[in-house]
Design a protein around this ligand. Structure first.
Ligand SMILES: [Zn+2]
Length: 225
């Protein structure tokens, strides 16, 4: 913030974009003003001297896993603090108890109800996952002999998974294997593409996404209006 001399806040969707005069290169930069900003996490795209701040506890996990230091600034993903207002949902397809952020859960229930009225059953595969959970997930894959680079193509590093926010859901429907690309051929996926937006849900990782994450037709994230 010390480089900021003039601020112009514009509401752009759910993110306010601030513009400021940079004292390093004398240019104007756009700065995405997200809820994380309040916690001192910010991101200045395109500036060589700025990068996303990774909290020390997350950095320690990255060091432990051997995640490269430039991950935070180059992964194309935003830092996601662990959600602090979780509520229990219905059980997932494996019979486990998932949790969602409160408003995401309300939106999910509304969407599920609307889908079922159209004859579509939407089921939870996975919802909230903490940064610690993500750490264990990556550790297990490393121990199983997978290489870190390949793992990071399909799993975000701890601290950067949308599942930490409690607003992201992996969705499936009967007769489809969870977390498989073939979900894109399901009536549920077609329904989600057509109606998800109405309930605040959008697909985070479409084909050829900017974050360079593998196509995930099953992964949907809720954002309040
Ligand atoms: Zn997911």
């Amino acid at each position: 913030m010390k480089y900021m001399s003039s601020i112009l806040a514009i509401k752009y969707n759910k993110i306010a974009i601030l513009y400021y005069d940079c004292k390093i290169c004398d240019e104007k930069h756009a700065l995405a003003y997200t809820p994380e900003f309040k916690r001192g996490i910010y991101r200045v795209p395109g500036h060589p001297m700025s990068k996303q701040k990774t909290p020390p506890e997350i950095q320690a996990i990255h060091d432990e896993l051997g995640i490269p230091a430039h991950y935070a600034s180059s992964c194309g993903l935003d830092f996601q603090p662990d959600c602090q207002s979780l509520v229990a949902t219905e059980l997932d397809v494996f019979g486990r108890q998932p949790y969602l952020e409160e408003s995401a859960f309300i939106a999910w229930q509304e969407m599920q109800k609307a889908a079922s009225e159209d004859g579509i059953e939407l089921q939870i595969v996975s919802a909230f996952r903490s940064a610690d959970y993500q750490k264990n997930l990556l550790q297990r894959k490393l121990e199983a002999g997978q290489c870190l680079e390949d793992i990071l193509k399909v799993n975000a590093a701890p601290g950067f998974s949308e599942h930490h926010s409690g607003c992201a859901l992996d969705i499936t429907t009967p007769d489809f294997e969870p977390l498989e690309e073939v979900f894109e051929n399901s009536p549920a996926f077609i329904w989600l593409c057509e109606h998800g937006k109405k309930y605040g849900f959008s697909m985070s990782f479409p084909k050829h996404n900017d974050a360079g994450i593998a196509y995930e037709p099953w992964h949907w994230k809720y954002a309040a209006d």
